[in-house]
Write a protein that binds this ligand. Sequence first.
Ligand code: ATP
Length: 317
Amino acid sequence: MIQLKDLKKSYGNHQALSGIDLHVPEGELFAYLGPNGAGKTTTIRILTGLTRLTAGTAALNGHDIREESMAAKRQCGLVPQHVNLDSELTVKENLDIHGRLFGMSGVQRKQRIEELLTYIEIHDRIDSLIKQLSGGLKRRVMIARALLHDPRILFLDEPTVGLDASIRRRIWSLIKKIQKQGTTIFLTTHYIEEAEFLADRVAFLDDGRIVAVDTPTALMDSVGHWAIDWVTEEGMQSAYFPSREAAQASAAAGNSGFTLRRVNLEDAFLSLTGKKVGTSTDETKAVHGGHGHGHNSHGGGGHGGHANKAEAGHGAH
Ligand SMILES: Nc1ncnc2c1ncn2[C@@H]1O[C@H](COP(=O)(O)OP(=O)(O)OP(=O)(O)O)[C@@H](O)[C@H]1O
C-alpha cells in the first residue's frame, strides 16, 4: 500500500511536484502516466528514499518514509529508468552484491538468486557478464535484483523504454506474473499501451499535478469510444464519438483523408490537458479512409463527439 498526502518537491525555485494525493492499495498495479518532465521519476525517487520530499507525507505499507525510513525501504524494490548494473560482473555477482546490501546471509542469497533467475527465466545466463546481455535481458536482471529482498512493493520507472515490441511484451508478462503473487506495483510510463494493458488504475500526471485517477476503461470512456484524426495546416486534429457508426458518419461528411481508430488513453490525456503523453507504439488499431469531409463538422456529431488539437509528430521520445 502506498499513501501520499499533499506531496511536494521543489528543486530551487522549480516546483517539480505540486501536492500529490494518492492511495494505491495492496496488490494493485498502478500506472503513473505523464509526459517528459511531469514528475514521475521524482515521485519514485522520493518514495524509494533517493531524494527528499519538500512537504507533505508519504508512507509505504504504513511506514512513513521519513520517520521509519529503513522500514519503508525494506518494503520496496526499485527498477530505475537507466541500466545501472555493473557490466563487468556476472548476473549472479550483481545480484549477490545487492543481497549483501540488504543483509542477507550467503545461504539466503544463493537460494534466492537461484529461485529468482528461474522465475524470470534467465537461469541459463547466471554466469554471463552483464555486458554480454541484450537490453531486454538486462532489464530482467534489474527486475530480479529489485525483487531479491522480497519486497511487497515494486517500483518500475519506465521498465520497457528503448526495448522493441516483442521484448516489451515479455516484460509485461513478467510484470503481470509478479503482481499475481500479491506484489503492489507502481509503474511510470509514457507508453500508452503499457498503461492500458497492465494497469488496474492509471494516474495522469501533468506538470507536477495529478489531473485524473481511474481505471483505463473509465478514463477512455470519459472521451468516447471511437476517434477520427485528420491533418490540417495547424497539425493533427481529432474528434471522439460514442460509436464507430457515428465516427464514420462524421468522417464521411468531410472532404479529406481521415483515420478511424479506437479511443486510447492518449486521447483521454489530451482531452484533459491539451497535451500528448508521449510515445504510442500501437501500429494496429487505425483504419485509413478519406472522402467527403468538412473539417468544421468534426466534433459536432452526436454525444461525445468533441474535437481536440494535437501537434503532429510531437511526443516522440
Ligand atoms: N535533480 C534535479 N535538479 C533540478 N531539477 C530537476 C531535478 N530532477 C528533476 N528535475 C526537474 O523536475 C521536473 C520533473 O522531473 P522528472 O524527472 O521527475 O520528470 P519525469 O516525468 O520522470 O520525466 P521523464 O519522463 O523525462 O523521465 C522536470 O522539470 C525536471 O527538469
